[in-house]
Each structure stands twice: as structure tokens, then as C-alpha cells.
Design a protein around this ligand. Structure first.
Ligand SMILES: Cc1ncc(C[n+]2csc(CCOP(=O)(O)OP(=O)(O)O)c2C)c(N)n1
Ligand SMILES: [Mg+2]
Length: 291
């Protein structure tokens, strides 16, 4: 493999999926790329002054305005250097919640920008607070399980559907456990004449708590249970899904993560596991994941 455009020596946790996701994105995008990143683990771990792990031009925005900054960069690029890719890479907190206003504007105005969300399903950099992306009944520091709580009470926000509602012409979900698929989707997105959105499942060893060395296995289980369908939409049409040969029960995914350990201890745990299984089953039916 050629030299990575995200240099080693960054300070992400050992076992974090985020740098793997970013390396794959940059690998597919190539050196002629300008990246804009809002604040979050990615910014904090790759750019401690005076060092940078970025081997492409990289702009740090506020938490809320990465898409507005990227929109401006795209207007400049269109006039001066047409072949340059403009890519936003942000966490779920900025993508689903705090940057939503600017994301909506960028999508709706039709800027030719690829937005990649590395989705670790919480505000990890500030201490694992719940975000709009946190799945149902996962533990976070703001949704601690206890006698009156079973973790996050709300289902995960459907961000790909929100992108599709903006008529974003290329939308996909991806996973670090399927690198060939991820790279292909980045290339497809960058060939799109307009905005594109890719949401990459990115397990977080600190917030999800799993055994070191099992990160890829966790990401694969998310796909194999049906909880993270790998899908691709072109011009609003669902054009591809990764089929699952034999879906695994969601327990296999839940039991290896500390953020779900209360579901194996609390009296209502079994019922909640069934509710989570129903979410997976609904995905399997909706996306026809099983032949
Ligand atoms: C407007 C604003 N609110 C809050 C913060 C504090 N803050 C910095 S990073 C962060 C969490 C980022 O979460 P996410 O986007 O999911 O990225 P992650 O840290 O999980 O990689 C927060 C809340 C901020 N910098 N600006
Ligand atoms: Mg996050």
C-alpha cells in the first residue's frame, strides 16, 4: 500500500476505528483533496500544535460550521482548480446535531462536497455524552443506566434519510470492517456532480468499551446483525445493499460492549434486547438484506 495521507504518530486511542476510516477515505480520495473538519476526537488527536498528521490541506472549523466552510472552499475550487476534491470529515455530534443547520444548507445548495461522518455514536471527545446518533438503550455519561433508566431512551436519528430528503444525489453507509466497499463508495461519491454523504460506523474503544484488538470484529458484527445495514443510494434510489448470508442475533453484538452490559443484568434487559432485535429485523426487511 502507498504511504497513507494520515501519518502515523497521531494520538487516537489504540483500537479506535476513526483513523482507519480516515485512512481509507484519504486513500480513495488521493492527495488532490482539501479536508475540512469540525472539532471532535479527529481534530484533537491529529493536530496537537505544532504537529499535524494530515498530509493533505486540512482546515479546522467550528463545531457547527464545517459545511459552510467547505461550501466556500468548493466555490473557490470550482473557479481555480476543478479537479480538487473537497471533503468534510466530522463526528456524529457535529453531523447529526450541532452542524445540522450548515449541513442542510450545503446539501440544499448543491455544493460538490463529500461529507463523511465517522459515526462513533456519541460525543466522545468531551467524555462520551449522548448524541442524536446514540443507539437505543446504549449507556453514555448523560444516559447512565440505573433503577429508572436503561440507557439512551431514544432511537438513533436516521441521518441518511435526512440527506436523502435534501435530494443529495449520492448517499451511502459504510464500515471499517469492509474496506474495499468503503473505498469504492468514496470514489463513487467523489464522481458525483453535487453533494454526497457517507456515514461510516466507527467503533470507539473508550465509549463503547470492548477488548483491545476486537474493533474490526465489532464493526463486522454491527453489519452481520442488521444493526448497521451497508446501503447505497444514487439519485434517491436504493441501488445497492450488502447482503447478509445468515444474520447473527443482536446479543452477539451487544454482549461484547460495555455500553450494553446493563442489558445483561437489569430485569428489563431481556425485553430491551428483544426491542433491539426488532430494530435489526426491521432493517433486514426494509433493505432486503437476506435473500
Ligand atoms: C458549539 C460547541 N459546543 C460544544 C463544544 C465542545 N465539544 C468539542 S468536541 C465535542 C464532541 C464532539 O463529538 P463528535 O462530533 O461526535 O466527535 P467525537 O468527539 O465523537 O469524535 C464537543 C461537545 C464545542 N467545541 N463547540
Ligand atoms: Mg462522536
Amino acid at each position: 500500500m502507498e504511504k497513507s495521507l494520515l501519518a502515523p504518530g497521531h494520538r487516537a486511542c489504540a483500537g479506535c476505528a476513526m483513523p482507519t476510516a480516515i485512512k481509507l477515505v484519504l486513500d480513495a480520495a488521493g492527495p488532490n483533496t482539501i479536508v475540512v473538519s469540525p472539532t471532535g476526537c479527529l481534530e484533537v488527536t491529529t493536530t496537537p500544535f505544532p504537529e499535524s498528521a494530515w498530509c493533505v490541506p486540512w482546515i479546522h472549523s467550528l463545531f457547527e460550521n464545517a459545511s459552510a466552510v467547505a461550501s466556500g472552499v468548493e466555490v473557490m475550487v470550482k473557479r481555480r482548480c476543478k479537479d480538487t476534491n473537497v471533503v468534510v470529515i466530522g463526528g456524529d455530534g457535529s453531523t447529526f446535531d450541532i452542524g445540522m443547520g450548515c449541513n442542510s444548507g450545503m446539501f440544499e445548495r448543491g455544493h460538490k462536497v463529500l461529507y463523511v461522518c465517522y459515526d462513533n455514536e456519541a460525543y466522545m471527545n468531551t467524555g462520551v455524552q449522548r448524541s442524536g446518533s446514540t443507539p437505543f438503550c446504549a449507556q453514555t455519561t448523560t444516559t447512565p443506566p440505573g433503577s429508572k433508566s436503561s440507557g439512551n431512551p431514544r432511537p438513533k436519528k436516521d441521518m441518511p434519510a435526512i440527506a436523502l430528503a435534501h435530494r443529495v444525489p449520492y448517499v451511502a453507509t459504510a464500515s471499517v470492517a469492509y474496506p474495499v466497499d468503503l473505498r469504492r463508495k468514496v470514489k463513487n461519491a467523489l464522481q458525483t456532480n453535487g453533494p454526497s454523504y457517507i456515514q461510516v460506523n466507527a467503533p470507539c474503544i473508550t465509549g463503547w468499551t470492548f477488548d483491545a484488538g476486537t474493533m474490526v470484529e465489532i464493526a463486522r458484527l454491527a453489519v452481520e446483525t442488521g444493526l448497521w445495514p451497508l446501503a447505497e443510494w444514487v439519485n434517491g434510489e436504493l441501488t445497492g445493499v450488502k447482503k447478509i448470508r445468515r444474520p447473527k442475533p443482536v446479543q452477539e453484538y451487544l454482549k461484547v460492549q460495555g455500553r450494553y452490559k446493563h442489558l445483561f443484568k437489569k430485569p428489563d434487559g431481556e425485553d430491551i434486547q428483544k426491542e433491539i432485535q426488532a430494530i435489526a429485523d426491521k432493517n433486514i426487511a426494509k433493505y432486503k438484506l437476506v435473500d
